[in-house]
Design a protein around this ligand. Structure first.
Ligand SMILES: C[S@@+](CC[C@H](N)C(=O)[O-])C[C@H]1O[C@@H](n2cnc3c(N)ncnc32)[C@H](O)[C@@H]1O
Length: 332
């Protein structure tokens, strides 16, 4: 959804930009190239391996000396600490605010493709699933040591898995034989437990939900996301924008709900459903065709009452992209 992200941040002047999920720095490189006026770039990723690559990519972009006015920083840091990071860079930054903040949630292909990180259903690696290699909780701790009811709760609430009771029982029973220690063993258990629902697609879908549930728990993803959205909104300048791409309904629900809480829609401040009426008004310019319905509140405006989703072409070429939802908020 690079085109859409570039459109969202096509502000008249984007002087400062924070990419909270730098990954391989795809969108960040495009933003840096598109905005010659950019004075400050900050990239964060909780995964040091991702950051090594993206740091080199950004340095290469700036190496020709034509962007001397741009200060660029990359930090290995969880995005929930965005305020501390910005404060550490420049003590005036929090009061001035930044013009653009971007979160592209989930895993990078680098993380999924390295079986030893423990995220891959089809590869075989340790049951790890930490995005931050310094984190203390691994998936194997949940699988082999957490109370049975907690294992069930995670499968039900974070995996939205209808067969959670049966899987919970199978996982806990496996402890009698020494427990599960690899992603291959967990996938095998899910495949056998899903034999009744039949077919490769059946068990892979179940395994996707089980792996998602564990990953969310290991990295405390949902609470982190909610806290981070509040922190990011605080860090915006007046007129600054926060854009979040989520990949499953649990994340999207949090983004949608938190945005609404942040802007504080009061009585008489109705949704501006008919976008055409508001073209060229204070909030929506002619170029903003990506924003179909807006919601205006006391503190800001939501440009995506309905989220932006990938175009058909993109859905066809990228499986991961199919479930992507982009939501955008702007601070008054
Ligand atoms: C989908 S990838 C980003 C891909 C990137 N936009 C690109 O195109 O190259 C998500 C990245 O966010 C990072 N990440 C996930 N949760 C994070 C958190 N709480 N704090 C910082 N980084 C996080 C992951 O390590 C991963 O590298």
């Amino acid at each position: 959804m690079l085109t859409e992200v570039l459109e969202v941040f096509a502000l008249p002047r984007l002087r400062s930009f924070v990419d909270c999920t730098l990954g391989a720095a795809g969108p960040s490189s495009a933003i840096i190239e598109a905005h010659r006026e950019l004075e400050l770039f900050v990239g964060l990723d909780v995964d040091p391996l991702a950051l090594d690559k993206s740091r080199a990519r950004i340095e290469a972009l700036l190496s020709d000396g034509s962007r001397d006015e741009l200060r660029a920083y990359t930090h290995v840091r969880n995005f929930k600490y965005i305020k501390a990071v910005l404060d550490g860079i420049d003590e005036n930054l929090l009061s001035e605010g930044v013009d653009g903040i971007f979160l592209d949630l989930g895993l990078s292909s680098m993380q999924v493709d390295h079986a030893e990180r423990g995220f891959s259903i089809l590869g075989d690696g340790p049951l790890d699933m930490r995005m931050d290699p310094k984190g203390t909780l691994k998936a194997k701790d949940i699988i082999n040591s957490w109370p049975e009811t907690e294992v069930g709760r995670i499968l039900r609430d974070y995996g939205e898995e209808s067969n959670w009771r049966f899987l919970q029982e199978k996982i806990v029973n496996a402890r009698n034989g020494g427990g599960l220690h690899t992603t291959g063993e967990l996938s095998d258990l899910v495949r056998k437990a899903s034999a009744r629902s039949g077919g490769r697609q059946g068990w892979i879908k179940t395994a996707t939900r089980v792996f998602q549930a564990l990953r969310i728990a290991v990295n405390d993803e949902l609470q982190t996301l909610e806290n981070a959205i509040y922190a990011c909104f605080d860090c915006l300048s007046s007129g600054g924008r926060l854009a979040v791409i989520s990949f499953h309904s649990l994340e999207d629900r949090i983004v949608k709900k938190t945005f609404l809480e942040l802007i504080e829609v009061g009585e008489g401040q109705e949704d501006k459903d008919d976008f055409t009426l508001y073209k060229n008004d204070k909030f929506v310019t002619e170029e903003q065709s990506w924003s179909k319905q807006i919601v205006v509140g006391r503190n800001g405006v939501i440009f995506t009452k309905r989220p932006i989703t990938p175009c058909e072409d993109e859905e066809r070429t990228s499986r991961r992209c199919r479930s992507a939802k982009l939501r955008v908020i702007q601070k008054h």
